[in-house]
Design a protein around this ligand. Structure first.
Ligand code: 5AD
Ligand code: SF4
Length: 439
């Protein structure tokens, strides 16, 4: 029996792509193993969003450069970006394939099995993107579904349009079929995925937009929670907020990356919205009847970002009061339009801004989480932490709520169920509570 080892870097799209890769490999008789040593085939599914992410795969390849009798493959975003240059940098690699080529993975494996030394799949010609038949999902309760691939925006800092190609949406019928299939297999939570889910356009006659698709997925029998990521503010319509308000199965959580609070920097980033236009969308969510949790992404130190621009990002955090944020130092990327700009905010200044930003956000999260003490939240039980003796639950707002039960409960019976939990304590990143009913 042939065996493979797969390590995944990057976003949820990549995690889900890996599920498809695993499905394809298992179908071809490969068995997944936990270590490089035990594997015949070693695959790295890579991310190139920032330089640090990209360097990880080259470190891994360096660590293994003297390993004999194994096939090494680089797949995903670094593969698409660097292409055959990877063979020069790491001559022991035999397979380089971008995410748009995974449907051809089977053929590529046959070529490798036949003894071909180098195989590539780098076409972004993506006709059959959604035709991968087998997916080996990692989590028995939460399932990812891709609704749109690629990105047609040209944000000045972002490599994604180059690594994942142009936008192409999947038909609503195919998405709903997959959602129904998941529900029948016992999945109760679905996460819809795309680089920009808001620009979803049903290519079939129905012609649905994203809000219509979202609401229909929320109505699939057996589905209790639906999330989606990622949204682009420019394409984020009020109809999405209305759908969340109407349809209780849609989680009251929205991730809306802002990148900067300064309209001047947003223009330089080619984000296609102003601070005010962004805040208008936040306003829709704040005036919804459900309490929608908000999260965002922020980049500090984009070329030309002044101390005043940065102060506007800080004031935006105060104004919005996000429930969580992801924040990054600007990293110049190949092919992007910002690459031509001088990266003139010094590294130490980027670090200083990042620390200030994260400290401010930490205080906001402590305040917001503390306000939840005494409330009751419904959680999906995701796991058990044996070192703390707590169950790990997640609320509809996507908060982690660790909790105890009055009596001992069995893992197999608990995980995947929905329980009411009373919040007793709060930290910056999670809540602690007690299950409100006997289990
Ligand atoms: N440098 C730093 N952060 C970046 N991101 C995307 N490109 C870069 C870059 N070149 C961040 C953005 C995006 C998130 C996924 O990663 O905030 O929303
Ligand atoms: Fe990384 Fe972007 Fe590729 Fe996801 S799509 S793996 S974040 S580069």
């Amino acid at each position: 029996m042939k065996s493979f080892y797969l390590e995944t870097f990057g976003c949820q799209m990549n995690v889900h792509d890996s599920e498809k890769v695993i499905g394809t490999l298992e179908e071809r008789g490969y068995a997944q193993v936990d270590t490089v040593e035990a594997a015949d085939l070693v695959l790295y599914n890579t991310c190139s969003i920032r330089d640090k992410a990209e360097q990880k795969v080259f470190h891994r390849l360096d660590d293994n450069k003297r390993t004999k009798n194994k096939i090494f493959g680089v797949i995903g975003c670094v593969a698409q970006q660097e292409g055959e240059k990877i063979f020069e940098r790491a001559p022991h690699v035999s397979l380089v394939a971008g995410s748009a080529s995974y449907t051809k993975l089977g053929e590529m494996l046959v070529q490798l099995e036949r003894g071909e030394r180098r195989v590539t799949g780098l076409s972004l010609d993506t006709e059959d993107t959604f035709e991968t038949a087998v997916t080996r999902r990692d989590n028995p309760h939460k399932g990812y579904i891709t609704i749109i691939e690629g990105c047609d925006k040209s944000c000045a800092y972002c490599v994604v349009p180059f690594t994942r190609g142009p936008e192409r949406s999947r038909t609503s019928e195919s998405v709903l079929r997959e959602a129904q299939g998941l529900a029948e297999q016992g999945y109760s939570e679905i996460q819809l995925l795309g680089q920009n889910v808001n620009s979803y356009r049903d290519p079939s006659a129905a012609g649905w937009n994203f809000a219509q698709l979202l609401e229909a997925v929320g109505q699939v029998d057996g589905i209790r929670r639906v999330r989606f990521t990622t949204s682009h503010p420019r394409d984020f319509g009020k109809d999405i907020v209305d759908a969340i308000d109407r349809q209780g199965t849609l989680c009251n959580q929205v991730h809306l990356p802002v990148q900067s609070g300064s309209t001047r920097v947003l223009r330089a980033m080619a984000r296609q919205y102003t601070r005010e236009e962004y805040l208008m969308r936040i306003g829709w969510m704040k005036s919804a009847s459900r309490d929608i949790a908000l999260s965002t992404d922020v980049i500090v130190g984009f070329p030309g970002e002044t101390v005043e621009d940065f102060a506007e990002t800080l004031s935006l955090l105060d104004e919005v009061e996000y429930d969580s944020i992801f924040s990054f130092k600007y990293s110049p990327r190949p092919n992007t339009s910002a690459l031509g700009l001088e990266d003139h905010v010094p590294e130490e200044e980027k670090s200083r801004r990042l620390t200030i930003l994260q400290e401010k956000q930490r205080a906001i999260q402590i305040r917001k989480n503390t306000a939840l003490i005494g409330t009751q939240q419904e959680v999906l039980v995701e796991g058990y932490n044996s070192s703390t003796g707590q169950w790990i639950g997640r609320t509809s707002q996507n908060r982690t709520l660790n909790f105890v039960t009055a009596e001992q409960a069995e893992k197999a019976r608990m995980i995947g169920t929905y329980l009411p939990v009373r919040v007793t304590r709060a930290g910056p990143n999670s809540l602690v509570g007690e299950c409100a009913i006997p289990v």
